[in-house]
Design a protein around this ligand. Structure first.
Ligand code: B12
Length: 354
């Protein structure tokens, strides 16, 4: 990341309100149908929309990674297609955002930001927009359990859904596989279905809360290895409401003999370093789900380093980091993994090598 990239990203954040206002006015003039879609709440909707896009773009510019903004464009295109919204509307909102940036920021800074923006669109145009298929294959045992579990819960048979998973445990599926190859894939599948407009937010919430219940029931049945004398603190950063991935890592590390302090989602930045000191943690695990949370992640890592020094190992992960290699190094982590099994091995390596 260059100094100039950092300055351009900061300029975007500093002027985000003015950019948003210019973009919103441009949208009203050029794509009025998009504005009326949201009725009374239209003004708030578009303000929030452009503020989020500017945050994503600033993360993209800061890291010198147009892929971050490209990921958003691809995500939005799929979501709009699933809701029968004409793709021209997406181009309309992007054009308005581009206009807002060019109106408010000038000179070399504007050139750097627009170059990143345009590169993201080019990357997106070159992407294979194939249909987003399910990763679950009913011919595989764990996938089949996950599919039956989703079906039961979403149709309102919660008890049956839980029983399907507990029966799979009785029938010999390893407890770790229940977490990693049944419950988490079920979560990812419901996310896919929500994105494709095939399940509602209520159905996703129901599955997530049932998965949380099951995870805690299973944790009481899991065998535990002897105490290894190390402590791990796991949290999702401030503003991140997602905690299923990090929750799972916390449970599985507990089974491996770690003392595990699981702080859940939306952990306030100001409180974390004190907790790390109080519990005398060897490893801190931090999770983000969206690229709009990268800035908070960076600041959280800085806070922990400042207060707790270099001996505590910081591992990073989550949906918002996946797909952009080496971003975690840029942010200052000691380790990163997309896979929970690898993350647990890496945590053990980090404490033994220090
Ligand atoms: C459940 C869910 C929610 C719940 C979360 C409840 C909870 N207690 O977690 C709620 C309803 C709150 C929610 C809210 C939102 N969500 Co949501 N959510 C999901 C969903 C369906 C499942 C999340 C999950 O359990 N994933 C399963 C775990 C396994 O995945 P994971 O977290 O990425 O973890 C893996 C790795 O990343 C790694 N890992 C994770 N953390 C860490 C940490 C460390 C240290 C390490 C080493 C590894 C690691 O471990 C796991 C290994 O498989 C996902 C779909 C998906 N594909 O994940 C969407 C998803 C993440 N959400 C999404 C969105 C858009 C949102 C909202 C913005 C929606 C909205 N308009 O309000 C908000 C944002 C809220 C916020 N401020 O954070 C999008 C993100 C798209 C994007 N831009 O990238 C997704 C992908 C859905 C989709 N397909 O579009 N969501």
């Amino acid at each position: 990341m260059s100094q100039s990239n950092t300055l351009c990203a900061e300029a975007l954040v500093e002027h985000r309100k003015a950019i948003t206002e210019a973009a919103r006015q441009h949208l009203c003039e050029h794509t009025p149908q998009m504005v009326t879609r949201f009725g009374e709440n239209s003004q708030d909707h578009w303000t929030d929309h452009f503020l989020d896009r500017i945050t994503e773009l600033s993360e993209s510019v800061s890291a010198g990674e147009p892929q971050i903004f490209c990921n958003h464009v691809s995500w939005a295109k799929q979501a709009m297609a699933a809701r029968n919204i004409d793709a021209a509307y997406l181009s309309g909102t992007l054009e308005s955002l581009r206009f807002g940036i060019e109106t408010v920021i000038s000179g070399d800074m504007a050139a750097t930001v627009i170059a990143c923006f345009d590169k993201a669109i080019t990357l997106h145009d070159a992407e294979d927009q194939a249909a987003w298929e399910s990763a679950l294959d009913p011919r595989h045992t764990c996938d089949s359990v996950a599919l039956h579990y989703i079906q039961a819960v979403i149709s309102g048979n919660i008890w049956l859904g839980m029983q399907i998973v507990l029966d799979a445990l009785e029938e010999g599926i390893d407890i770790q596989d229940i977490y990693l190859r049944v419950l988490l894939p079920a979560q990812i599948e419901v996310g896919r279905l929500w994105h494709l407009n095939e399940v509602s937010v209520a159905e996703e919430h129901l599955l997530t809360s049932t998965t949380q219940r099951l995870m805690s029931v299973l944790a009481h049945r899991a065998p535990r290895k002897p105490d290894r004398g190390h402590t791990v603190i796991a949290a999702s950063v401030a503003g991140n409401a997602h905690d299923m991935g990090i929750r799972t890592i916390a449970y599985l590390m507990e089974f491996e003999g770690w003392r595990t302090i699981f702080l859940g989602s939306d952990m306030p930045r100001s409180e974390l370093p004190a907790a790390i000191k109080f519990y005398n943690a060897d490893v801190v695990l931090l999770s983000i789900a969206l690229s709009t949370q990268l800035r908070t992640l960076k600041r959280t890592v800085q806070d922990v380093r400042e207060v707790c020094g270099p001996t505590v190992k910081i591992m990073l992960g989550g949906h918002g980091l996946n797909g952009v290699p080496d971003l975690w190094k840029e942010i200052g982590g000691d380790g990163y993994s997309k896979s929970i099994e690898d993350a647990i091995v890496l945590a053990a390596e980090l404490v033994t090598s220090s």
